[in-house]
Design a protein around this ligand. Structure first.
Ligand code: ATP
Length: 345
């Protein structure tokens, strides 16, 4: 549906480098990456708002690389809604239809369907100025979809919303995607958005794609240290593999499988590392004695650093677990993690 072949974009100092992607019809594709990595540039190159230096863009097997934005069959929604302030909600939604010469019954039917999908009927005669952030964003989605684009590009559509409205618009996106069959490509920083909405995703790093695949694979089977770190695997160590084992200093770690490569990295999510006061015997877990090196509050959870041998492990625990363990810096504890929580690449 969207095919990018060896796409290069140059913007003074910044390059998008050899981007190739295949996004299927009706897919919800998520684009992630650190700030400044090129997510918006890629979206705008697909939309035709930024020229490409090399490579090709296809939409529905038709090459659109040289076409102006309005001829590409693409809608785009940004984080800041940008509704027309002097037009009612109804007129905002209908805005693009006149340009596409769609009027009469067809126009009314289309608008009614979107209004009902997005639950906007009570807002139709209001002006954007007195709508909530979530309502404005739902109107922006209806406006973008009224012209029936083949592809809807979304640039962080939830990031400017306060948490109450995020859920509302996230649900609206889910229902729109399910009910319209439109292909969605969304930039987001938020892992909850990616995991709850995305079918597949790509992680972009400094203008190139580090990994693309099913969203669960990106989070569970990162293929590089960059992606592991990006998706929050805070325990990331260089490793040399010997059979099914690897060593971190004087700690011997059992992976439960034999890696294909002789050396690489291991990564463990902090939530997979269990802290206990005392060691217990377990045949299925790696268990090490260590000392608490620091306790850091992170909203409702705590990151606890434990030094075992020469290695500092990071574990994420709830406030309840922390108060039950009653641990403080310098105290002796044990940590453990199952072989299946260790990712190697
Ligand atoms: N018109 C432009 N001219 C020159 N450089 C630009 C232009 N637009 C963007 N850039 C640069 O391209 C790089 C990528 O920007 P982009 O907005 O795509 O990042 P992003 O991944 O979307 O980041 P964020 O998550 O912060 O929105 C940045 O270094 C930015 O400064």
């Amino acid at each position: 549906m969207i095919t990018l072949k060896n796409l290069h974009v140059r913007l003074s100092e910044f390059f998008l480098d050899n981007i190739s992607l295949d996004i299927s019809e009706g897919e919800f594709f998520v684009l992630m990456g650190p700030t400044g990595s090129g997510k918006t540039v890629l979206l705008e190159a697909i939309a035709g708002l930024i020229p490409v230096t090399r490579g090709q863009i296809f939409i529905q097997e038709k090459e659109v690389t040289g076409l102006p934005p309005e001829k590409r069959g693409i809608g785009i929604v940004y984080q800041d809604q940008a509704l027309f302030p002097h037009l009612t909600v109804r007129k905002n939604i209908a805005y693009g239809l006149r340009y596409h010469r769609i009027s009469g019954e067809i126009a009314v039917e289309r608008i009614d369907r979107l209004v009902s999908l997005l639950n906007l009927s009570h807002l139709l005669d209001r002006l954007p100025g007195n709508l909530s952030g979530g309502e404005k964003q739902r109107v922006a989605l209806a406006r973008a979809l009224a012209v029936r684009p083949e592809v809807l590009l979304l640039d962080e559509p939830l990031s400017a919303l306060d948490p109450n409205f995020r859920e509302e618009v996230r649900n609206a996106l889910k229902s729109l995607h399910r009910n319209t069959g439109t292909t969605f490509m969304m930039v987001t920083h938020d892992f909850v958005d990616a995991l709850s909405l995305g079918d597949r995703a790509a992680v972009i790093n400094n203008g190139h794609i580090e990994q693309a695949g099913p969203v669960d694979d990106i989070f569970q089977k990162p293929m590089s240290a960059f992606v592991a770190n990006f998706v929050g695997m805070k325990n990331l160590f260089k490793a040399r593999f010997e059979g099914t084992k690897t060593s971190l200093g004087d700690l011997e770690i059992e992976l439960g499988r034999k890696p294909d490569n002789g050396q690489g990295h291991i990564a463990i999510r902090p939530e997979d590392i269990l802290i206990t006061r005392d060691a217990f015997s377990s045949t299925v877990r790696n268990m090490f004695k260590g000392k608490v090196a620091g306790v850091f509050a992170q909203g409702f959870t705590y990151e606890v650093h434990i030094r075992a041998g020469e290695t500092v492990f990071k574990s994420l625990i709830t406030q309840k677990a922390l108060s039950e363990l009653a641990i403080q810096e310098g105290e002796a504890v044990s940590i453990s993690f199952p072989a299946r929580a260790i990712h190697n690449f």
